[in-house]
Every structure is written in C-alpha cells, then in structure tokens.
Design a protein around this ligand. Structure first.
Ligand code: ADP
Length: 241
C-alpha cells in the first residue's frame, strides 16, 4: 500500500490552547489549522517552548484545546469526556515517546499487550496474534519474554514502536523518538518508521533534529504557537541520522 489517498485522519481548525497558571495566561497555540491525510509522514519542528508538545498532546487526546475543532478519522472529538477520549485514544492512536515509557515489571510481550487488553473488540487469542505480529515486524520476537531492563535503549524503542503499531492505529504520534538513542540506534528506529510509512502508516513526529525531520515527506515548523511553514518534499531516506 502506498501513501496518500487524501482521506483526512486529522482535521484541526482554528485551534487555540491557553494555559492559565497563577493568573498568568500562556498562549501556547494560536489559530492552528492542520489537516493530516492518511498515509502522510510529517515532522513538526521549532524552538523549545514554541508549542510542539502541546500540539502533540492535543492530537493524541491527552489534552483538550481552549478553542477550535478537532476531527479524528472523521469524528468530532472536541466534546468527549475523559473516558470517551481514552477509548478513542487507545484504538486510534499509537504513541512513541522519547523515553520509551515501557513498564519495567512487565515483559516485552505484556507491555505490548497491555493497551490491547482494554479493548472489548479484541479477545485474548487475537491479542496474542497481534503481539506476535508486531514483535515480528520490529524483529524482536526472540525477546518477547525479556524485561525492558534486559534490553538496550534501541531495542526498548523498537518494543515501544511495536506497542504503538500493535492495535493498528489510524495515526502514530512520535515525540522525539530518537532523542535518547545513539546515532546507530537512532538510524535503526528512523529506518523502522520509514518502513512503516512505506507500508501505509500515517506518522506525525515531533523532532528538533533536522536530519530526522528530513526523513518525513512533509515538514512543519512552529514558532510562538503558530505554524509558520508547511512544506512537502521528496523524502531523503539516504540521509544518515
Ligand atoms: P515545546 O514542546 O515546543 O518545547 P510546549 O508545548 O511544551 O513547547 O510549551 C508551549 C508553551 O506552553 C510554553 O510557554 C510552556 O511554558 C507552556 N506550557 C506548556 N504546558 C503548560 C502547562 N501545563 N501549564 C502552563 N504552561 C504550559
């Protein structure tokens, strides 16, 4: 399956996010309009404090905007309560974090299975098959019964990628996925994201690393809470990370 078929997964319109802390207002995001089509691979960059994490939190339904509308896979997700958001988040979104966020006293297989175990539409047999398939995809099936502490950082991030893709989410949100990795492991994780994208995954990655950003086909720059640049280009997968 190849890339963009112009079906929007994400539609943000006029999004604002204002934090109020000790009566001080911070306008973290203003007038964000963003459409992400199925099969797109985009990166979001910008200086520290410009609003990247805030945007990723809104996209991932971890937070709600102060204004504006958000349609995810064609459904308005603005007025959901936190339980409803959690159900949709679990089904529609795969997260990859800088610090892997694996649970240390669960095995690799249990870590990957955990988000699936909250889904009523998937039984145990299906869960086992999905865990096995995602571990095979990241070439880590032989580590299914290990604990995270027995793995290198690069291997842990590959497990986190397996967890993110296991439930067939509509979009993968990656927050500085190579930020805690040496260059060799960073290269492996970026190659894995390239592979997922070539197989049809929709990926939105926050990164401050221009070499990682260049792997995406669409590069978005944020400054002071606003999108100041949104450019599509031919992906340069040969660039070393
Ligand atoms: P980035 O990820 O680009 O570094 P953030 O999205 O974390 O930027 O932050 C954007 C702005 O919003 C910053 O000024 C930050 O201090 C502020 N901010 C982020 N989260 C909160 C919060 N929970 N409470 C108050 N201000 C916040």
């Amino acid at each position: 399956m190849k890339n963009n078929n112009n079906k929007p997964i994400v539609e943000l319109s006029d999004i604002k996010k204002i934090f109020i802390c000790d009566e001080v207002e911070t306008h973290a995001l203003s007038n964000i309009n963003l459409k992400i089509n199925k099969g797109e691979y985009l990166s979001i960059s910008g200086p520290s404090g410009c609003g990247k994490s805030t945007l990723l939190s809104l996209l991932g339904l971890l937070d709600i905007s102060s204004n504006g509308s958000y349609r995810l896979s064609g459904h308005d997700v603005c007025d959901l309560n936190s339980d409803e958001r959690a159900i949709i988040r679990n089904k529609e979104i795969g997260f990859i974090f800088q610090s892997f966020n694996l649970i240390s006293d669960l095995t690799v297989a249990e870590n990957i299975e955990l988000p699936l175990s909250y889904r009523e539409d998937i039984n145990k047999k299906q869960r086992d098959a999905m865990v096995k398939a995602s571990l095979t995809k990241v070439d880590m099936l032989h580590r299914a019964n290990h604990f995270p502490s027995q793995l290198s950082g690069g291997q842990q991030q590959r497990i986190a990628v397996a967890r993110a893709i296991c439930g067939n989410p509509s979009i993968i949100l990656a927050d500085e996925p190579t930020g805690n990795l040496d260059s060799k492991n960073a290269q492996l994780v970026m190659a894995l994201l390239d592979q997922l994208h070539s197989e049809g995954a929709t990926i939105c990655m926050v990164t401050h690393d221009p070499r990682s950003a260049a792997r995406a086909q669409r590069v978005i720059e944020i400054f002071d809470g606003k999108i100041v640049s949104d450019q599509s280009h031919i992906k340069t997968s040969a660039i070393a990370v």
